[in-house]
Design a protein around this ligand. Sequence first.
Ligand code: NAD
Length: 261
Amino acid sequence: MHLKGKTALVTGSTSGIGLGIAQVLAAQGANILVNGFGDADAPRRAIEQAGQAHGIRTAYHGADLSKVGEIEDLMAYAQKEFGRVDVLVNNAGIQHTARIEDFPPERWDAIIAINLSSVFHTTRLALPAMRQANWGRIINIASVHGLVASVEKSAYVAAKHGVVGLTKVTALETATTGVTANAICPGWVLTPLVQKQIDALAEKSGISNEQAQAQLLGAKEPSLRFTTPQELGELAAFFCSPAGDNVRGVAWNMDGGWVAQ
Ligand code: NAD
């Protein structure tokens, strides 16, 4: 249990992928600082349950990651409560779909702020203590859209390509230290974020939810199934394991074959 005594901050861990990753890291013994919006009690209980065997500690600090001041408060809170962040999982993200000429500029700004700029801010604030400890893991949840594009996702694709680029720079700037930075690029994962897209597709096309799911998967994912938050958590745990010590700057897609086509 190589994460015993270490602390992981997983942004956006009140839901979906972030919650799944936090549960896997807790099961490896990490204390977890939960972040996000909405109900935090249920996710915290689920994370504590996953780490029960190790008597892990959890705390919650809500922060709107589109605001630099709130990110600074979150990182200060992490330092005060846990000493430092050993594993930083930049996971929080939002999505909006529209053609470029119809894309509301304020949605562009929000997506760039939350999906990209927040990764820069948490990284710059976590790095000094990681360097001092000569150990740290920065795991950025990008997307297949950090590697390839889709129509009507301009801000999301731009932000996720930015996350992949920022991950590589972080990896290079820490290459001679015990700190590593890598990105994970999921394909479809059935979370509230994607459920909204399925609901919209079902409504627009007048088809059932199951048909909309099948259509979504059939269009892009050769495996014809969703990746699970648990599977993504296991990949994050690999980056944190001794086997991941010299894995640096990769953008690892877990996408059922999406970008192999
Ligand atoms: P989700 O909607 O289930 O969860 C998003 C989380 O981010 C929630 O905890 C929410 O509270 C938090 N969040 C949103 N805005 C925030 C803000 N301003 N400040 C702080 N927290 C905020 O989404 P998900 O599907 O689990 O997505 C998680 C990440 O994975 C995102 O970065 C997303 O782009 C990425 N991703 C998802 C998929 C997928 O198919 N679900 C695929 C590829 C990449």
